[in-house]
Design a protein around this ligand. Structure first.
Ligand code: SF4
Length: 327
């Protein structure tokens, strides 16, 4: 599979009264055409900033300090704002965690679909309405004719999220960024939305960048997963290897904190300490202050990316290189 998205040496900073917050530092991240790539991490790890950076939507006091975001061969950070507007929606679409906040409360969802479709395609309002209803069917919204006339507040949370997915796909986007898209939904509705995303990948070949704070969701959905912490990918691997052979202490701690079916008499371990202040990141390994295996070298030297196996790397001084005798 070819890479549809490549992120290289991307750094994002925010100017604050206390100093510069270094919120994102992605050395190398590739998403392949047709896959579901998961970005998993705690709140404050930089997941949403990553999504906004891909769409070049970082605004002051934030700034993209350096790097490249190459989508289908073009560096999005170098495009003219008009060209970038064309890419947003038409080629890359995003769905957010709060569908109510993403929809206009004074327009029906049908009107919003028609406006969006006509912004990107030169078709009549009648044709756009037909296309909108077809998309409502694609995302399994019941009775598209009735739904078309509803205002967002007249729909349930799950239906609103389906409308947002229909909006995102209405212009044929090749890459869908789902930023905690199921976080605000209850478990059964969440399962329906995740099924829908899987079907969209299967039926339309849509590539999905799934941003989540749940390793359980990543396990069900993704082909590969990147573990994000302090804006850095600490480990990346095919989803099976992340769970079977986690090589970074942070990944292991996140997996240990996933609730299992047998919760009887079980206390869930938590990760001690807090995500460090991005204005004052620790020298060396940023996970060092919370790591149970921290060594002197970790406090001084930033760990390099170590190749553990095919498509698998971890940034940790304890990680064993692929082929090492003791690995
Ligand atoms: Fe822990 Fe050191 Fe590995 Fe960081 S580099 S995760 S502190 S062992």
């Amino acid at each position: 599979m070819e890479n549809i998205l490549e992120i290289k040496n991307l750094k994002v900073d925010f100017a604050t009264f206390r100093g510069t917050a270094h919120v994102l530092d992605i050395e190398d991240l590739c998403v392949r055409e047709g896959e579901i790539y998961g970005i998993a991490g705690e709140s404050g790890s930089g997941k949403s900033i990553l999504a906004l950076s891909i769409l070049n939507l970082i605004t002051p006091p934030g700034r993209i300090a350096q790097g490249q975001v190459i989508f289908s061969g073009r560096d999005l950070l170098k495009l003219h704002p008009r060209e970038m507007n064309g890419i947003r929606g038409e080629e890359i679409a995003m769905i957010f965690q709060d569908p109510m906040a993403s929809l206009n409360p004074v327009l029906t969802v049908g009107q919003q679909m028609v406006i969006t479709i006509r912004q990107h395609r030169k078709i009549s309002a009648k044709e756009a309405e037909k296309e909108a209803k077809r998309r409502f069917e694609d995302v399994k919204l019941p009775d598209p004719d009735t739904t078309f006339k509803k205002y967002p507040h007249e729909l349930s949370g799950g239906m609103r999220q389906r409308v947002l997915i229909a909006l995102a796909l209405s212009c044929g986007a090749k890459l869908l960024i789902a930023d905690e898209a199921t976080r605000a939904l209850d478990v059964t509705i969440q399962a329906g939305i995740l099924d829908l995303l899987r079907e969209l990948r299967k039926n339309n070949g849509t590539t999905i960048l799934l941003i989540t704070n749940s390793l359980g969701v990543a396990a069900q959905m993704c082909d590969r997963v990147g573990i994000l912490y302090t804006g850095k990918i600490l480990e990346e691997a095919p989803v099976r290897d992340i769970f079977k052979k986690p090589s970074h202490p942070y990944t292991k701690a996140l997996i240990d904190a996933v609730p299992t079916a047998n919760l009887k008499d079980q206390r869930l371990p938590n990760i001690g300490g807090f995500v460090p202040d991005p204005i004052d990141l620790p020298a060396g390994c940023t996970f060092g202050p919370r790591c149970p295996h921290v060594m002197e070298v970790c406090r001084r030297t930033k760990p390099e990316r170590i190749g553990i196996g095919p498509d698998h790397f971890a940034s940790c001084h304890l990680a064993k290189k692929s082929g090492d005798d003791n690995g």
